[in-house]
Design a protein around this ligand. Sequence first.
Ligand SMILES: O=C(O)C1=C[C@@H](OP(=O)(O)O)[C@@H](O)[C@H](O)C1
Ligand SMILES: C=C(OP(=O)(O)O)C(=O)O
Length: 430
Amino acid sequence: MQTKQLHTKVNKLTGVLTIPGDKSISHRAVMFGSIAKGKTTVLNFLEGEDCLSTIDCFRKMGVDISKESDSVVINGRGFEGLQEPTEILNVGNSGTTTRLLLGMLAGTPFHSCLIGDESIAKRPMKRVTNPLRDMGAFIDGREDGNYTPISIRGGTLKPIRYNSPVASAQVKSAILLAGLQCEGTTSVTEPHKSRDHTERMLRAFGGEVEENGLTCSINGGQQLRGINIHVPGDISSAAFFLVAGAIVPNSSITLHRVGLNPTRTGIIDVLKEMGADLTIENEQIEHFEPVGDINIKTSSLKGIEISGDIIPRLIDEIPIIALLATQASGDTIIKDASELKVKETNRIDTVVTELKKLGASIESTDDGMIIHGQTGKLTGTTVDSYGDHRIGMMLAIAACIAEGQMTLKDPDAIAVSYPMFFEHLNSLID
Ligand SMILES: O=C(O)C1=C[C@@H](OP(=O)(O)O)[C@@H](O)[C@H](O)C1
Ligand SMILES: C=C(OP(=O)(O)O)C(=O)O
């Protein structure tokens, strides 16, 4: 197992960063580009391992995808251009690849088999395989199609009206992508609004999707056309530096061209409510997603409650929010977040275990955690990412305010979403 010595107790973090491309949007750009007709050019594509897994899967289905100096170019030939893969499709560590791909393959007239890494093999897939079976796909896998390896043979699909028990963009997107391949109207209703990148991108590719409150509907048989996309910086990656800027003394960090899609900006709302010194400039819509520049300075913070509708808007940021809360006065209570248990790790357990090792006062609850802020200094020790990129990055930011030495096990996991993370962090350290 690889380990990395982390920078501890840094004096300040200052500088400007351009955050790498959004992971959710990069996945979708390759997927929609593959099922559209014509050329799609993607600028600022995230070269993280998860998105590379998506490219690899579509190449195995015969899609011509090339990497140019500053872009990825996809020559789409429509759904009918996808070919039966002769090899297993390896989704790596990526839940988004697995679930959206299953939605696409639900209607393709061939067989495919999906495998991934150890973490993917533990993530529940029935949330998509059940509704896709109801639509007419033939699916098998471990525990009746709940876990990879999963094999799928596309069928002649019929539309459904699906009431999703979870607010999940992966579930919503999988069903909409299957709905695109059947006659009639398919709709998905979710308990809270999840990220809407699929809906925005479908429209940008010339498709139509209706949104009515918490329900999204799509008509089958639409033909998408290739487009040019400039992927915004990933707010989920920016979050690590937003928190770092707020908690490291004497800091001021500016992040350029960060995606500010309202279904993703829960982290900004939380930082502001906790009292962070944060400003946003140059807000504009680029292509079909809002972007802007964010500045954050060392801040005096107070604990808050985070629950309900905001949870899907910051679900991937909860590990770094937990660290933020250790530096705030009073308690921060995170509720309604049991989805954390089915991410790359059980993020309630891994966050609480690792922050406790550093001396934080934090406890897990059934659907979240309670953090008692400012109860003492964090002290360096050996910590573990458990192969989860977001846990690894949270711990590297924790090191910046910890005393003593700190070693991170399995730092390479970070390349899943942010291969340049340590270069970017080092560039801000005095
Ligand atoms: O659709 C997407 O791109 C994603 C949706 C979220 O998952 P869920 O749909 O499971 O909430 C998120 O946690 C994941 O990182 C990316
Ligand atoms: C949960 C995540 O991604 P995925 O579901 O695509 O593995 C994440 O990036 O935090």
